[in-house]
Write a protein that binds this ligand. Structure first.
Ligand SMILES: Cc1cc2nc3c(=O)[nH]c(=O)nc-3n(C[C@H](O)[C@H](O)[C@H](O)COP(=O)(O)O)c2cc1C
Length: 224
């Protein structure tokens, strides 16, 4: 951890969704740390179904802004990371690649075979199968990709950068900008990273704990 890196609790306390950026470039070393944080996110069976598309080129950011309801921060960010879910990548080679990497890290053939069977059984199922989430692909993709986006957002903030998570875009238009396949890939979120320009967004507060945290049963508010 670098000496000037913010602690996680400070990041959580001070992070705001950045309204606008100053457009300054981001060093490759910082971008790498942010992307590595996303790549290190947990995923079911370690399948890592995310794909991150980095946009730094001004012309590309301008085009991306057009696919994001004209949001200015898309064009002024140092980088926009578009996070996608590659829903069938596990069937298209990722499962075997992941198992080979696990083997390099000391997993046995038996362990790999057991994971292979579990993945195939869980993800080839019908709705309502194992865990009830079988092939509810929109939920499955969202579940994984947002953890990775959160990892990247918090890492960027820890490194002293400002961030803007975004859902305000038209998926079909984002797909066009980046030549993303129409089938089996969903665009889940965009993350702008850069340096804040102008005043930061005001903290708007959060619901009291008992409104959103329950203990034991739905609606039974927990207050600590
Ligand atoms: C998934 C997600 C999507 C969001 N999409 C947008 C967006 O498209 N445009 C925008 O200005 N803010 C967007 N926001 C920022 C929220 O408005 C902001 O997080 C919320 O108002 C709380 O403010 P804070 O993050 O500064 O505490 C998004 C946030 C999240 C987590």
């Amino acid at each position: 951890m670098a000496a000037n890196e913010k602690s996680l609790s400070e990041v959580i306390r001070t992070r705001r969704a950045t309204p606008d950026f100053d457009g300054s470039p981001i060093p490759d070393s910082v971008l790498k740390q942010i992307l590595d944080a996303g790549r290190e996110a947990p995923s079911g069976y370690n399948l890592q179904p995310w794909r991150f598309i980095v946009a730094r080129d001004p012309a590309l950011l301008k085009a991306l802004r057009g696919a994001a309801f004209g949001q200015q921060k898309v064009e002024t960010a140092s980088v926009v990371i578009t996070a996608c879910a590659a829903l069938k990548a596990w069937q298209q080679g990722d499962l075997e690649k992941m198992l080979a990497i696990a083997k390099e890290h000391g997993f046995t053939d038996e362990q790999d075979e057991s994971t292979r069977k579990a993945v195939t059984s869980a993800l080839s199922g019908e709705p309502g199968d194992i865990c009830g989430w079988g092939p509810d692909w929109a939920v499955w993709g969202n579940r994984h990709i947002m953890i990775a986006v959160t990892h990247m957002m918090l890492m960027a903030e820890a490194l002293g950068y400002d961030t803007a998570p975004m859902e305000g875009f038209v998926e079909s238009q984002v797909k066009q900008v980046f030549s993303i396949p129409q089938q089996d890939v969903r665009v889940v979120a965009m993350l702008g990273v850069g340096r804040l320009k102008g005043p930061d967004k005001k903290y708007a507060g959060r619901f009291p704990m008992e409104h959103t945290v329950f203990e034991g049963a739905w609606g039974k508010g927990l207050k600590l």
